[in-house]
Design a protein around this ligand. Structure first.
Ligand SMILES: Nc1ncnc2c1ncn2[C@@H]1O[C@H](COP(=O)(O)OP(=O)(O)OP(=O)(O)O)[C@@H](O)[C@H]1O
Ligand SMILES: [Mg+2]
Length: 263
């Protein structure tokens, strides 16, 4: 069997939308017929289970890392069609990460699925670095604000040092005012193409309240479409925005240009 691809969802700053991206990407990939294992790699403050309404796991990643349980016993089947390796909500269950054990465990998971999606902790702590080191690809999540983008750049720098490609940026919580950083500025600051643009969306709060990914509760929404699109990009490896997407962004400009065309 060919090995699956391990994608780490990372950010510099906390709260930008990594877990939201991880659960929606996993759900979209599953809906597109791929086998997916979503891993809560946020070892100190795991929250994938919270986003999915599952909190009482008898065996978690933390138990496996401590050598107290077998990996296969920590894999749960989610009704939405993907598998899940949860983290522990107990504050006592995090101990020093054994990097070798983590690598072995993630390698084993890669044998079991097309995609292993790892929701990471924010920033450049030991915990994030040990997870990032195992990535085949990194997807960055950021908000269109200078502090978030500046922190995201630190991940780009680290990724370069450890030789792991940052494939794309999910720009999340984009608003329709003029105070956001522009797309081009973000791409050049991060030296990485923006892959998806997700609006600041009230229904995201509803999704969290209902403990289901937006891909599931609002499948026809723009956000759901963007996550499906992201899943396709992950699958094809073509992370750049398509001509259609760029055109749509430039719709205003195009309308203006068309107005000057001779008919
Ligand atoms: N596009 C969006 N529009 C509105 N709210 C959003 C959006 N994306 C995420 N949120 C909300 O922002 C909060 C933080 O999101 P999330 O938990 O995914 O971030 P995170 O990067 O995983 O945070 P942490 O660093 O703490 O793990 C959540 O309440 C989530 O519902
Ligand atoms: Mg999170």
């Amino acid at each position: 069997m060919t090995m699956g691809k391990l994608i780490v969802i990372s950010s510099g700053k906390g709260g930008v939308g990594k877990t939201t991206t991880s659960v929606n990407l996993s759900s979209a990939l599953a809906k597109q017929g791929k086998s997916v294992i979503l891993v809560d790699g946020n070892l100190t403050t795991p929250n994938v289970g919270l986003h999915l309404g599952l909190t009482k796991f008898p065996i978690t990643l933390n138990d496996v890392l401590k050598g107290e349980a077998a990996l296969t016993d920590s894999i749960y089947i989610h009704p939405l069609g993907f598998k899940l390796v949860p983290g522990s909500l107990s504050i006592r269950s995090f101990s020093e990460i054994n990097s070798r054990k983590l690598k072995k465990l993630l390698d084993d998971l890669k044998d079991m699925a097309d995609y292993v999606i790892v929701d990471s902790a924010a920033g450049l702590g030991n915990e994030s670095i040990s997870v990032l080191k195992n990535a085949d690809e990194i997807i960055l999540v950021t908000n269109p604000e200078l502090p978030a983008v500046t922190d995201a750049f630190k991940i780009v720098t680290l990724a370069k040092e450890i030789g792991i490609p940052v494939k794309g940026v999910v720009l999340n919580k984009v608003r329709k005012d003029n105070f956001d950083l522009g797309f081009r500025a973000i791409e050049s600051l991060l030296e990485t193409p923006i892959t998806s643009v997700i609006q600041d969306d009230k229904t995201m709060r509803e999704a969290l309240y209902r403990k289901k990914p937006i891909v599931h509760i609002k499948p026809k929404s723009d956000s759901a479409k963007h996550y499906h699109n992201l899943a396709q990009k992950v699958h094809t490896g073509q992370y750049q925005r398509t001509i259609e997407e760029l055109e749509q962004e430039n719709r205003f400009l195009r309308t203006l240009l068309n107005a000057f065309k001779f008919r």
